[in-house]
Design a protein around this ligand. Structure first.
Ligand code: NAP
Length: 253
């Protein structure tokens, strides 16, 4: 296979969760530019901006709505979706963060983060993987975090959920590798999105974060697109259960 074909997603369909903004939007556009048709999953509106950017790449796209904070809604959603669509690539990107000192952390902030970042991701992967397993082809990319390796500060449910996402990535990869499905994760560093707005607005935390990043800048959502295309394409056919850190060097310090 030529290198060009190795990275091509032509004829494939990718489902990207949390595609309205930030990293999910950039990954959706990257996959579209590599030739994939897109199913954009959001929970609030029809993701006009992402739809527009994806269609500029000349591929087909459609939007679907599902509230991932309600994991029990995922199975019926998948049944309807899979009746109409083949999904070759699943990007589990949607995620939330809640900040509070651990001792006062509300159970709501624990449960909503675990439900959205972990429980829904598991059930969605399970259901989308079923037809992939039958076809013997599929790519699943989970968006992990540096807090898949570190504890963070005042974000206990987020750190727990992202450690679990890294573990689940390996667990699913082990079971499904022989069936032609690669399950991998991307651990973004500090990326300038809604998710990190509070950190960037906190002068002290912002300076501390920047001083530790060897590249000396926050990442941009586009910095993740190439890694996602790699993990979605045949170029990664022998990459299984890997958590690919894209962090401007943070973990190297
Ligand atoms: P973001 O702009 O806030 O994106 C999060 C996405 O998830 C949004 O599109 C959001 O939709 C969607 N979402 C939230 N709750 C949902 C729900 N209940 N159902 C369906 N979709 C839901 O932040 P981001 O930084 O791009 O985050 C994307 C992923 O990267 C997350 O998993 C995050 O943990 C991870 N990550 C981010 C960083 C970083 O530095 N930014 C670092 C490591 C990992 P709405 O906007 O419509 O609510």
């Amino acid at each position: 296979m030529s290198i060009e074909n190795m990275f091509s997603l032509k004829g494939k369909t990718a489902l990207v969760t949390g595609a309205r903004t930030g990293i999910g939007q950039a990954i959706a556009v990257g996959l579209a530019q590599a030739g994939a048709n897109l199913i954009l999953l959001g929970h609030r509106d029809n993701m006009q901006e992402t739809s527009q950017l994806v269609s500029e790449a000349g591929v087909k796209s459609q939007t679907v709505l599902l509230d991932l904070s309600k994991p029990d809604k995922v199975a019926p959603f998948c049944q309807d979706l899979l009746a109409e669509h083949r999904v070759d690539i699943l990007v589990n990107n949607a995620g939330i963060i809640r900040r509070e000192p651990a001792v006062d952390f509300s159970y709501d902030n624990w449960e909503s983060v675990i439900d959205t970042n972990l429980n829904a991701l598991f059930v969605l992967s399970q259901h989308i993987a079923k037809p992939m397993l039958e076809r013997g082809y599929g790519k699943i990319i989970n968006i992990a975090s540096l807090l898949s390796f570190q504890g963070g500060i005042t974000v206990p449910s987020y750190a727990a959920s992202k450690h679990a996402v890294a573990g689940l990535t390996k667990a699913l990869a082990n079971e499904w590798a022989q069936k032609g499905i690669q399950v991998n994760a991307i651990a973004p560093g500090y990326i300038s999105t809604n998710n990190t707005q509070a950190l960037r607005e906190n002068e002290e935390r912002n300076a501390a974060i920047l001083s530790r990043i060897p590249t000396g800048r926050w990442g941009e959502p586009d910095d993740l697109a190439g890694a996602a295309v790699f993990l979605a394409s045949p170029a990664s056919n022998y990459v299984n259960g890997h958590v690919l850190v894209v962090d401007g060097g943070w973990m190297a310090r």
